[in-house]
Design a binder for this molecule. Sequence first.
Ligand SMILES: Nc1ncnc2c1ncn2[C@@H]1O[C@H](COP(=O)(O)OP(=O)(O)OP(=O)(O)O)[C@@H](O)[C@H]1O
Ligand SMILES: [Mg+2]
Length: 319
Amino acid sequence: MSDVVLDIQSLTKTVEKNKSIVEDVSFQVKKGEILGLLGPNGAGKTTTIRMIVGLIKKSAGTVWIHGHDMDEHGKSCNEQIGAIVENPAFYDYMTGWKNLQQHARMASQPVSSTRMEEIVQLVQLDDAIYDKVKKYSLGMKQRLGVAQALLHQPALLILDEPTNGLDPKGIRELRDYLRNLAEDGISTLVSSHLLSEMQLMCDRVVIMENGRLIDETVIGELNNAERAKPNAVAFHIDSKQKKQAKTVAGTLADVEILDGEHDDTLLLHVRAEQIPAVNKQFVESGIDVYAIEHKKTSLEEKFLSLTAEDETMQTREVQ
Ligand SMILES: Nc1ncnc2c1ncn2[C@@H]1O[C@H](COP(=O)(O)OP(=O)(O)OP(=O)(O)O)[C@@H](O)[C@H]1O
Ligand SMILES: [Mg+2]
């Protein structure tokens, strides 16, 4: 069997007056891969996902699951997908476990209690699974939703903006369990408008803007490129030492001073791998460094430059 789990080709959604809100979108998700669908608000992410899971009709294009055309094999294809698109609905007055049981009854295959226990563990709800859902935090509800989506052992999990409303701890946990799923061979398609998050969570991202795919990036390559390529890095120092810090930075090879920042930061263009050496130089020269901050990641720079180009084009069209 091919290792492509989801294959979408030229997916298009046209609404009234022949306006395309998603146009000619094609990408694949491989076995065990976490693919990010990244784009600003209104880019067409939810529309794309809703077409894939059959919540709305596509105007054109094809969706294959494991090489089977979804139009012809809808039922068997859907059985291989677990998705949270809108907020998952729960019975608030029932426990998490009862909710899962209720959901399991609707699955096409029987779901064993062992399977349910495994999933509860995976989404780290063990401590709260016998509490009523009305006591759950947003993050816990979101995890219960993922547990529901995983009950029937899908090959592909689809999550639309799953980190919305989660705190940093919740986001990190989500990242961890998606990674665990990937190691078990389960693929994930996850949408977000948060670049830094996608960079940490995904193996690859496709970038969407105005209904179209505008770029595709492999995160591993990007992270390597990031280490090799200079980035804007802010060194937070005492404002009284700013002048001295500038002099020290000026003596370092391959370090460009990008100033115009606040008095208590010195902004430098350096490669990530140079940061320890630059910091050491500051410390040895008696300059206290309070924090070191990456101003922009490569993905952010790329994303912003891609979308900025588009905006210029639009402005030109309007004028
Ligand atoms: N049924 C519809 N009729 C007309 N326009 C629509 C319809 N559904 C969505 N749109 C428009 O299509 C565009 C894409 O919407 P979509 O919800 O897919 O974006 P998104 O990338 O998910 O955005 P967000 O980050 O805000 O969730 C938006 O401009 C939206 O207003
Ligand atoms: Mg959306």
